[in-house]
Design a protein around this ligand. Structure first.
Ligand SMILES: [Zn+2]
Ligand SMILES: [Zn+2]
Length: 224
């Protein structure tokens, strides 16, 4: 007869009456199929239950969904170092609020060409106020419906403009600076920078000698 004490399971230390019982025990408890049940003495075994796995899975899913939601909801609206006067430069054109104004600038009677791509950093972003071509059309493409101003457009353009200055031209006794909106002269007491960029407005900035005709309206291309 074999000493009872000597038939012990190598894995869990449990004693058995016969080698056959031990083999059966190993088969039942410690076989490959049951390897998660292996008890390492002094260490608690951890077998994640289906419930735990499901909970972790759902948790990860929730984190991913929330992250995507937060990212997509805030990404275009996160102010960055590029933000000018509260107007952001977004990766995509913002079409929630999409209107167009037209700007003419005359310096001593001569039309000044407004450059294309004002407010567009190629391959990077679009300010909510920008130009696509040299037509003078200002695109107001914003994620929120609100008023934008002529001053904000000049800030994005990075050119000087206020009641006494246009680019490097100072307004003085000999050279006046006047702004017209849809042909009407803006009262001199108005801060020109605050002039609203309204849908289909024709804005004319006139420095020095005026042109023979002040434009009072602009024919926008279809769809603008
Ligand atoms: Zn655009
Ligand atoms: Zn547009």
């Amino acid at each position: 007869m074999v000493d009872k004490e000597k038939i012990k399971c190598d894995f869990c230390g449990k004693s058995f009456n016969s080698r056959k019982q031990l083999e059966q025990h190993k088969q039942d408890v410690h076989s490959a199929a049951n390897k998660n049940n292996v008890i390492i003495p002094g260490k608690k075994s951890f077998k994640p239950s289906k419930k735990v796995i499901a909970t972790i899975g759902v948790g990860i899913l929730v984190v991913i969904i929330v992250s995507i939601g937060v990212f997509s909801a805030t990404a275009p609206h996160v102010p960055s170092a590029l933000t000018i006067g509260g107007i952001q430069c977004s990766s995509f054109e913002q079409l929630v609020f999409h209107i167009h104004s037209h700007l003419d600038i005359f310096v001593n009677g001569k039309p000044f060409t407004i450059p294309a791509q004002i407010g567009i950093i190629p391959g990077k972003c679009f300010y909510w106020l920008h130009t696509h071509d040299e037509s003078g059309v200002i695109h107001i493409e914003s994620p929120v419906s609100r008023n934008y101003t002529l001053g904000q457009f000049f800030d994005i353009w990075n050119q000087k403009f206020n009641n006494t200055q246009l680019f490097d031209n100072a307004a003085n006794g000999n050279n006046t600076l006047t702004v017209y909106v849809n042909g009407s002269k803006v009262p001199s007491g108005t801060n020109y920078r605050d002039i609203k960029l309204g849908a289909h407005d024709e804005i004319a900035i006139v420095y020095g000698t005026p042109p023979s005709t002040i434009p009072s309206r602009y024919i926008f291309a279809e769809g603008l």
